[in-house]
Design a protein around this ligand. Structure first.
Ligand code: LLP
Length: 415
């Protein structure tokens, strides 16, 4: 099925006109495609079919319950980074036994919650965290399954804010120190060492850094075997990039083929944590042009979505495609697409050639990952609704926030 496509001069999400969704639910609004989510998840699952594996979707990319539920129904696992994300997975029908817990700052409460739920594994990022998990598990009379996230010191070649596998990053344990740390972990009575974990960054557009990292991690697994520590699973993280503009990232199949050539003859179960590659191109943000404003220097299209709705352009200078929902035949001019927030950095796109007028709808593409999940209420703006299309059907999967809800937890002083 065509996912987002033009038909009769207007943009459709599966079988539904995006303009009809905007008319029914207002703008700005996030629109997701169930078919796209399923297609992207299955691409990973099929690509790794030759060996035991589990696709653990990275919940941070898009944590809407309906998105998680669509993936849970396919048998997906999940990669979480907080108690909140675990609660979402469970509420959406996901299985704790298929859930891994990443992140550098797990609190004792979060660890206890994850142990009670019986998650699949903790991806541990420091010795202090190993000690804390061991302690909490001991108090609960439990044994915690752990893998250690190692930092292979590989340059992912991506934006510095989303590169995580270099020595200077806060993530993981230096791979050269890992054998000693594994010995420490193996000696802790309430830990069960089951895996090795590695995630080197996000929006990678070449397989080379993945292959380099895998080679180093497999070397570590061999060293551990010699030390008598046997590893059951290898979590290779997420990070596969998507097409935003002119990137040509490897397909999940090409990525899997490159990894599998190194994995032959090993009996490891492979865990993967893709987020963006599943959700990114399964969603868009639809917004309306409120005003056209020209200065001597530039021409602005002021739209009703802003950096609080979609932070990526402001935070990473990310280029995201912006397309008219109902294209006009008139002359295209260059616009900066900006929001109403009081910051010069509040833009969604710069120097875009578009034929538009006040009142037109624009679709910001590839917004299914790190879109809504990074949104905020800055400038007291209620967050946008989320809508899931499935064939002909349209479901509001998160209602637009109300203004009252924004300060419902606030309190003024009594005297
Ligand atoms: N696993 C771990 C441990 C991670 O830290 C991440 C992403 C993933 C998996 C999923 O990576 P993905 O497959 O989505 O690349 N907000 C940024 C991206 C931050 C990624 C953080 N970690 C953006 O909008 O580009």
């Amino acid at each position: 099925m065509a996912i987002f496509h033009y038909h009769d001069g207007e943009l459709f999400a599966e079988n539904v006109a995006v303009a009809a969704i905007a008319a029914a639910h207002g703008t700005p609004a996030y629109v997701y495609s169930r078919a796209a989510l399923e297609q992207h998840w299955r691409a990973f699952d099929t690509a790794f079919a030759a060996q035991p594996h589990l696709v653990c979707y990275a919940v941070k990319a898009n944590s809407n319950l309906a998105v998680l539920n669509v993936l849970a129904r396919l048998g997906s696992g999940f990669d979480i980074v907080s108690a909140g994300e675990l609660a979402r997975v469970l509420a959406a029908g996901g299985e704790a036994e298929r859930t891994v817990f990443s992140g550098v700052g797990k609190t004792a409460e979060e660890i206890a919650y994850a142990l009670t739920a019986n998650i699949r594994c903790f991806n541990v990022e420091s010795i202090a965290e190993l000690e804390r998990i061991n302690h909490v598990a001991g108090e609960m009379n439990k044994v915690a399954p752990v893998s250690i996230r190692v930092n292979p010191d590989v340059d992912a070649g991506t934006h510095p804010y989303i590169s995580t596998g270099l020595k200077e990053n806060k993530f993981g344990i230096d791979i050269n120190l890992a054998p000693a740390v594994y010995q420490q972990a193996a000696a802790m009575p309430n830990l069960d060492v089951v895996g090795v974990d590695c995630h080197i960054g996000s929006q990678l557009t070449s397989v080379t850094p993945f292959v380099d990292a895998l080679q180093r991690v497999l070397g570590l697994i061999d060293t551990l075997e010699q030390q008598g520590i046997s590893i059951h699973h290898l979590d290779i993280g997420g990070g596969l990039g998507i097409h935003y503009k002119d990137e040509t990232p490897p397909t999940p199949a090409a990525y899997a083929a490159a990894m599998q050539s190194l994995l032959q003859g090993r009996s490891l179960e492979i865990l993967l944590e893709p987020g963006r590659a599943i959700a990114g191109n399964a969603g868009l943000l639809v917004t309306q042009v409120e005003y056209i404003k020209a200065t001597d220097e530039r021409r602005f299209a002021i739209v009703d979505a802003a950096m609080n709705d979609l932070l990526r352009p402001s935070l990473y200078q990310s280029w995201m495609a912006i397309d008219p929902v109902q294209p006009r035949q008139s002359e295209a001019l260059n616009y900066d697409i900006v929001g109403p927030v009081c910051e010069t950095g509040d833009f969604l796109g710069k120097d875009r050639s578009l034929a538009i007028a006040q009142g037109d709808l624009l679709a910001i593409r590839s917004a299914g990952a790190y879109g809504f999940t990074m949104s905020s209420n800055y400038n007291s703006r209620p967050r946008a609704p989320e809508i899931m299309v499935d064939g002909d059907s349209v479901t509001l999967v998160r209602a637009r926030e109300t203004i009252e809800s924004l300060f419902a937890n606030e309190q003024i002083l009594q005297d």
